[in-house]
Design a protein. Structure first.
Ligand SMILES: [Zn+2]
Length: 149
């Protein structure tokens, strides 16, 4: 249960990192414009289409400096990476523990099997010995018969 939860968390963190990375790349590559009135950000293409005015209020857009946001995004990515590594080490601890339990179970199973096999071997030997005695008895009987002839 814990394993599944952590595995899920790991994937979730990975997804977050990927989307943040994509965001950072987008912000680094493109120019963005901003309406100070509506607090809305527009991509360059959209701004161009609206002649660098806000489609909501008509105010002229200003070029937005995204360097702070990019830095913050990079920081967030760094943090998420640390979480990811931590979750991974938690998973590894659990996996190692599970492996030990499994090994112990396997050893217990092995011992049980060995015991069972030993018991079966004893039983088999007992039966085989009985049968051997019968064979020997039959043979000696035959010998006696032969001797009589
Ligand atoms: Zn506006």
């Amino acid at each position: 249960m814990v394993y599944l939860f952590l595995d899920f968390k790991f994937r979730q963190e990975l997804c977050k990192i990927e989307s943040l990375k994509e965001k950072a790349t987008r912000k680094k590559a493109g120019k963005f414009f901003y309406c100070a009135n509506c607090h809305i950000e527009y991509e360059e293409e959209d701004s161009l289409v609206h002649n660098y005015t806000c489609p909501e209020c008509g105010e002229s857009l200003s070029l937005k400096d995204n360097s702070e946001e990019i830095r913050q995004t990079d920081k967030d990515i760094e943090k998420l990476r640390e979480v990811l590594v931590e979750v991974n080490s938690e998973i590894e601890v659990i996996e190692a523990k599970d492996q030990k339990t499994r090994n112990r179970k396997m050893k217990a199973e092995q011992r049980k099997k060995t015991k069972e096999r030993a018991a079966r071997k004893k039983e088999r030997e007992k039966i085989a010995n009985k049968e051997k005695k019968k064979i020997v008895a039959k043979k000696s009987k035959k010998k006696i018969k032969k001797g009589k002839k």
